[in-house]
Design a protein around this ligand. Structure first.
Ligand SMILES: [Zn+2]
Length: 227
């Protein structure tokens, strides 16, 4: 008689760790797309911290069947790691698996709700000008680099012109930002004076726009409450 986990328990513990293997030396994603657009594939396993049946690894005789199939006795692992921990009980005792589970859940919680910028180190340290250009271009993706004899070069994302007639440093900060966005492959040159967002650029720009809208909405709510 095996005390197997219900489908709900499996789904829950997978989601609690962002659908990644909980072995800190592995962390491989355990879900992805199938060729059929209506299906996803899963290479994760809800492994028993203490075994589902007598004679299994780390079996706890004192546990009731209910406790044995409870989510607290499950750890989400990839298929490889699930095999590994069950084949070498001495190297992977219950206490170690509990530590893995705890730290995998803690890091999933830590990443939750963060924007792509804070998660992806390649996208860290975007300047305020870069963020402003991305947000402005989020809908259409068009960014223009104009220049004239009087003003020099400046960036425009219609209907906005990033230029200040009284301060040439202002326009320069945005032309630098465009260069940096190109180096990050978020923007690419199209033709004439036109630059466009790349696929990644669009994704990030829209995520940024949504977060900035949400945070200004939150600020508005906080203000309304404090009145
Ligand atoms: Zn793994």
């Amino acid at each position: 008689m095996r005390d197997d986990f219900s489908e709900e328990v499996k789904r829950t513990i997978a989601n609690r760790v962002n659908n990644r293997c909980s072995n800190p030396d592995c962390c491989v994603p355990t879900s992805g797309p199938q060729l059929d657009p209506a299906k996803s594939l899963n290479i994760g396993v809800a492994a028993h911290v203490t075994a589902a049946s007598i004679g299994g690894p780390r079996y706890g005789a004192s546990l009731s069947p209910q406790q044995r199939k409870h989510a607290s006795n499950a750890i989400w692992l990839c298929q490889n790691c699930a095999k590994l921990v069950d084949n070498d009980e001495a190297r992977f005792p219950e206490s170690l698996l509990r530590r893995w589970k705890q730290s995998a859940e803690a890091s999933a919680l830590n990443l939750l709700g963060k924007t792509a910028i804070s998660v992806d180190p390649r996208l860290s340290n975007l300047s305020p000008e870069e963020i402003e250009i991305l947000c402005a271009a989020a809908d259409k993706g068009d960014i223009y680099l104009f220049s004239s004899n009087e003003t020099g070069s400046w960036i425009a994302v219609r209907p906005q012109n990033f230029v200040d007639q009284t301060d040439p440093a202002y326009a320069a900060a945005y032309t630098d930002a465009l260069e940096s966005l190109q180096a990050r492959r978020l923007v690419k040159y199209d033709e004439g004076s036109l630059y466009v967002l790349t696929g990644t650029g669009f994704k990030l720009a829209r995520a940024l726009k949504t977060t900035s809208l949400e945070s200004s909405r939150d600020q508005a709510k906080t203000l309304a409450r404090s009145k």
